[in-house]
Design a protein around this ligand. Structure first.
Ligand SMILES: [Zn+2]
Length: 388
């Protein structure tokens, strides 16, 4: 159970207060006078809003700051430990969860792997991780402000998972299921969208980012003009199912020759016989170990994945003209073997003018992008709710 339920009892009606809070969050430490300067609010208004925020423990005072002459001002800081957020990344064969403070600093994390689980099995694993993270949260004024969950599939704007082919899920109202258990706001988002948002918030400050999440499937998150692009119903980025081989193998989505069959962990999982690896956990890790030992066949498989990733990414680059392409999720760990073939493909085949100022990177958030992204969504939801 949550530590408290105050999240739904506190609402700030004043737009001024949210402006003051945002200014403190973005410019902390800051004095009252500087807040007035930055916001254009008069000092009396700033002072009364600051007093309320102090009462609500969302900010705290530390004194005295640097003076520009005269009395030294007291400075104000954002109290990022006034509450905590949970971010969960449901993969096809793992669940990874983090607990963050209100600034997105990771305080705790937990990961569990599984293989071919039923929905109930995955749900039990999910609850185990959420329970652990709730139990490990330090006590705070607002407790857990929300749980964000990234899933590898199409989610609608009401938190329903319409289709997650690699989990075998269809029409699952995950938001309601989790809310009924934990009694706090829950946000469900496609894992690649969440990952793109995590990269935007904690990785790079570019405005046009393509986040290619490569796990057992492939999802693509688009940050366009600085904003997450979700499409009309929230279904953007299903590029793992774009056709790469016209006469290719059958995909679980019903189409043939989908990108993710050739460029994700699935390409490894479907071809393990040669290596004597049984269809079990950690195939990616086992293949990386083989490649590390110099196994030429394993290296060849990774090169093929790099080639196919490059081919799909060329199509995306030509469509969106991004500044950054970021390869994230589990396959990013195989950077050593897939980066070179991927870059060569793009360099040789993407339209030359698309390559101006283009950067292709592997995520530096060490597969935390999705969890960080959904945790950030929950924090923003809390403040919007709070500021409603
Ligand atoms: Zn498909």
């Amino acid at each position: 159970m949550l530590q408290n339920k105050t999240w739904n009892q506190n609402t700030i009606k004043s737009g001024n207060k949210s402006l003051v809070l945002e200014t403190i969050m973005n410019h902390s430490p800051i004095s009252r006078a500087n807040i007035a300067e930055k916001t254009g609010l008069n000092k009396g208004t700033v002072s009364s809003q600051v007093n309320e925020l102090l009462d609500e423990e969302l900010i705290y005072e530390k004194g005295p700051g640097k003076s520009s002459g005269g009395r030294k001002p007291v400075i104000l800081l954002f109290n990022e430990v006034a509450g905590y957020s949970i971010g969960i990344d449901i993969g096809v064969n793992y669940i990874f969860g983090i607990l963050t403070d209100l600034k997105g600093n990771v305080c705790q994390k937990k990961s569990l792997t599984f293989n071919e689980l039923s929905f109930d099995g995955i749900k039990a694993t999910l609850f185990k991780i959420v329970d652990f993270l709730i139990a490990s949260a330090p006590s705070s004024r607002y407790g857990i402000v929300g749980v964000g969950i990234g899933v590898p599939g199409a989610t609608d704007k009401n938190g329903k998972v319409l289709l997650a082919p690699n989990l075998g899920w269809q029409n699952i109202d995950l938001k309601t299921i989790v809310e009924e258990t934990y009694d706090c706001p829950v946000i469900i988002e496609n894992e690649a969208n969440a990952g793109a948002y995590g990269e935007k918030k904690f990785g790079t400050d570019a405005d046009d980012i393509i986040y290619v999440s490569v796990g057992v499937g492939i999802g693509v998150g688009l940050i366009l003009n600085g904003k997450l692009y979700q499409g009309n119903n929230g279904f953007s980025g299903e590029m793992g199912h774009m056709t790469i081989e016209a006469n290719g193998a059958r995909c679980r989505c019903g189409n043939n020759g989908c990108w993710e069959l050739y460029a994700s962990e699935q390409a490894l999982i479907n071809n393990t016989a040669h290596f004597g690896i049984k269809n079990e956990d950690n195939i990616l890790e086992k293949m990386m170990n083989l490649a590390e030992e110099g196994d030429q066949e394993a290296i060849k498989r990774f090169k093929a994945i790099g080639d196919y990733l490059g081919i799909g990414i060329i199509n995306i680059i030509n469509s969106f003209n991004p500044q950054y392409v970021i390869i994230g999720n589990r396959m990013a760990a195989a950077k050593k073997w897939i980066e070179q073939p991927l870059l060569e493909k793009v360099n040789h085949h993407a339209l030359w003018f698309q390559q101006r100022q283009l950067q292709i990177n592997f995520s530096e958030l060490s597969a935390h992008s999705t969890a960080l992204g959904v945790a950030a969504f929950s924090i923003e939801h809390f403040f919007k709710f709070y500021n409603a």
